[in-house]
Each structure stands twice: as structure tokens, then as C-alpha cells.
Design a protein around this ligand. Structure first.
Ligand SMILES: C[S@@+](CC[C@H](N)C(=O)[O-])C[C@H]1O[C@@H](n2cnc3c(N)ncnc32)[C@H](O)[C@@H]1O
Length: 237
């Protein structure tokens, strides 16, 4: 058991030590070892609100650098977590801003942080089950630190489904899409977690955007690499 805990600790090298200790104490590791959690997206569902304080990210630079590429109109962040990027965008006057997240802990934390803003709302849902229609047509969809949490099929289906809801000149920004450089021990931990525990920390990044009918462009934003997807211009008329 100790050996498997060590593999999970290696795998989650980016999580601060005190949080890992809490996660172990609150049996999150055991849920993985029991097969109840099979990927990191499901892991977030089990993270309670009080455990999230460490993830208070400062996205002010990212929000500023996004402003010039955003279209006027609705912004939706998929996998919005605690709403840190939404908060920065809303502070810059962007509205309406909607967030979707499958983790109730994240959603509760986000709602608290965003309480002061009008025309900002956070929905608790898996994006696979989310009905975008009530939001009207979407000018911008953002996925920040989200790509890789859905398996290939689900990534493909999401992009195809979004196409039906995008404004003709709408944009989807996905980042950070840089290949992560990992130490050998992390690569080994990922292999063993997949083979011995059936746990996937990250799926291969789905990058075949043309297959879904989008044009894609790589854009550098606040030191990260984002892919911006747009719909081909209609040749009719
Ligand atoms: C790494 S966090 C990123 C949070 C935020 N975007 C940020 O950059 O700070 C990924 C988030 O995606 C959410 N998530 C994972 N899979 C999801 C799904 N299928 N539908 C909706 N949210 C999901 C998780 O609950 C988590 O809050």
C-alpha cells in the first residue's frame, strides 16, 4: 500500500505537500486504489471546498492578454474551477461570463469569489451533460488548464457540439497547450498508475481541430500557448 501511495504522490508532484497529506487523510488516495476514481477529472469531484484554498491562481496577466482576442458577447469558461480567471475577466468589465464545472467544491468556491459581479454565473455540471442552448449564441469559449481532462472521444464530441452554439465569428481558446516536460520519475509514476491502478492523470491532448471543422491558430498569452479555434467563413451570398 505504501508503495502505491508513493506512486500517487509522485504523480501529483504539482500539488503542495500539505494538500497531499489532507487528500490522503480524507481517503482520496483510497478511492483511486479502490477503482472508484479512474481519472483526475473525477478526482476533482471529491475535493471539498475547504481543501481548495491553495489553488487561488492570479490570472490577471492572462485575463489582460485575452482581452484583445475576445469577441464582444458571452464568455463561457469550461472547467472554470474556482472561477479565478472568470473573476479577472469580470473585473475588466467582460460580461456576461459563465462557468461550468463538475466539482461541487469548486463551484461553491467560485460562487463565493464571484458573488459581487452581475451577469456572472457558475453552473454545476459535467460539460458532457451541459445544455448550452439557454446561454444563447456563444461569442467566446475558454478552456484553461482543462484540455487533457477529457478522453479523446469526449474532446472531439465537445468541440463538434460547441460548433452548433458558436456565433459565426466566435472563438474557442484552449490552453496552455505546451507539451509538459516531466521528470523520469513522474513519467514512471504515470505509467504505473495507469497499469496498476487504472488511473489516468491526463489524456493525450486532442489536437485534430480540423477534423471538427475549425481553423486553428497558436497564440502566446501570458507566457502560455493557446490554440484559438474559429469557424470557417461562409462562402454563401
Ligand atoms: C485544473 S482545474 C482548472 C481550473 C481553472 N480553469 C483554472 O485554470 O484555474 C480543471 C477543472 O476542470 C473541472 N472538470 C474536469 N472535468 C470536467 C468535466 N467533464 N466537466 C466540467 N468540469 C470538469 C475540474 O473539476 C476542475 O475544476
Amino acid at each position: 500500500m505504501e508503495e502505491k501511495y508513493r506512486i500517487l504522490e509522485d504523480l501529483l508532484y504539482f500539488v503542495p505537500k500539505p494538500i497531499l497529506t489532507l487528500a490522503k487523510k480524507h481517503m482520496l488516495f483510497d478511492l483511486i486504489l479502490d477503482g472508484q476514481i479512474q481519472d483526475s477529472a473525477s478526482l476533482y469531484e471529491h475535493v471539498p471546498e475547504w481543501m481548495l484554498a491553495f489553488q487561488d491562481a492570479d490570472y490577471s496577466e492572462l485575463a489582460m492578454s485575452m482581452l484583445p482576442i475576445l469577441q464582444p458577447g458571452t464568455v463561457v469558461e469550461i472547467g472554470c474551477g474556482q472561477g479565478d480567471l472568470m473573476r479577472r475577466l469580470a473585473s475588466l468589465g467582460v460580461k456576461p461570463v459563465y462557468g461550468i464545472d463538475r466539482s461541487l467544491g469548486m463551484v461553491k468556491a467560485a460562487r463565493k469569489k464571484l458573488d459581487e459581479f452581475k451577469e456572472v454565473e457558475v453552473f454545476h455540471s459535467r460539460v458532457e451533460d451541459f445544455n448550452f442552448s439557454p446561454l444563447g449564441s456563444l461569442a467566446n469559449v475558454i478552456m484553461n488548464n482543462f484540455w487533457g481532462l477529457l478522453p479523446t472521444n469526449a474532446s472531439f464530441e465537445l468541440l463538434c457540439r460547441l460548433k452548433e452554439h458558436m456565433e459565426p465569428n466566435g472563438k474557442i481558446a484552449i490552453g496552455d497547450c505546451r507539451e509538459k516536460i516531466k521528470s523520469d520519475y513522474v513519467v514512471e509514476a504515470e505509467r504505473r498508475a495507469a497499469e496498476e491502478m487504472n488511473f489516468i492523470i491526463s489524456y493525450p491532448l486532442f489536437m485534430d481541430f480540423e477534423k471538427c471543422g475549425y481553423h486553428s491558430e497558436c497564440v502566446s498569452l501570458a507566457g502560455g500557448e493557446f490554440i484559438v479555434l474559429t469557424l470557417p467563413r461562409s462562402t454563401e451570398g
